[in-house]
Design a protein around this ligand. Structure first.
Ligand code: ADP
Length: 238
């Protein structure tokens, strides 16, 4: 069952067309990556899905309902930004509890949920730590916990691991994949790093200059690239 369908979507900024006739269908529970070089249009797709931008042409559907004009807060979509956008003056507990507090859930229920979530992401006992006292990987986990606790239908991840060093990145890739399987949340993962996409994804859309080159499983992209661009981009070691 497709949770998200992007159908014939184009997007221009002024005279400049940055996305042309994009078609992507994503299944419920899928780990789907959008992979392409800088400036290829990945973030624009993510902003269209989140509702921060409206397409010039085409439709975006969640569970078969057209959502082109639905405001971001009504889309049941959550984002983990590259910058993480954590609240530095709040501690770990307050950061993860924030969305639930906004929903006005009872205090006791919030506490139970936050403690359970912190345990799941390996941050048990870190409740009172300030964000500034955390390592890069720990901040990353707080950002993911804060998003997952809202039980979004779709979690959008915008290059969330790009600031981490290689070793930590490899570790976090495994953790992310495990969390995604456990929560059965649909992940849409934006990256320019082919190794990240290849390791974690069920399927990948390779994008170049605003057009989709190929959508396929990592194995097929590697072994049966349909364009020169896919062959050279997937083959790169970056
Ligand atoms: P990526 O995420 O793959 O790096 P983006 O989606 O951010 O690519 O950008 C795709 C293209 O659209 C780039 O050429 C970028 O300069 C342009 N672009 C993105 N946002 C805007 C905007 N608000 N106004 C004008 N051009 C934009």
């Amino acid at each position: 069952m497709n949770i998200l369908r992007i159908e014939n979507v184009s997007k221009s900024f002024g005279e400049v067309k940055v996305l042309e006739d994009i078609n992507i269908s994503i299944k419920e529970g899928e780990f789907f990556s959008i992979l392409g070089p800088s400036g290829s249009g990945k973030t624009t797709i993510l902003r269209l899905i989140a509702g921060f931008l409206i397409p010039n042409e085409g439709t975006i559907k969640i569970n078969n309902k057209i959502i082109n004009n639905l405001p971001p807060e009504k889309r049941e979509v959550n984002i983990v930004f590259q910058s993480l956008a954590l609240f530095p003056m709040m501690n770990v507990y307050e950061n993860v509890a924030f969305g639930l507090k906004m929903k006005k859930l009872p205090k006791k229920e919030i506490r139970e949920k936050v403690l359970k979530m912190l345990e799941k992401v390996g941050l048990k006992g870190f409740e009172n730590r300030k964000i500034s006292e955390l390592s890069g990987g720990q901040k990353q986990r707080v950002a993911i916990a804060r998003s997952l606790i809202m039980k979004p239908k779709i979690l959008l991840l915008d290059e969330p691991l790009s600031a981490l060093d290689k070793k930590l990145k490899e570790h976090m890739m495994i953790e992310l994949k495990l969390l995604q399987k456990e929560f059965k949340t649909t992940f849409i993962y934006i990256t320019h790093d082919q190794s990240e996409a290849m390791v974690m994804s069920d399927r990948i859309a390779v994008i170049n200059e605003g057009k989709i080159e190929q959508i396929d499983k990592p194995f097929n992209l590697y072994n049966y690239p349909k364009t020169h661009f896919v062959a050279s981009f997937i083959g790169e070691n970056n």
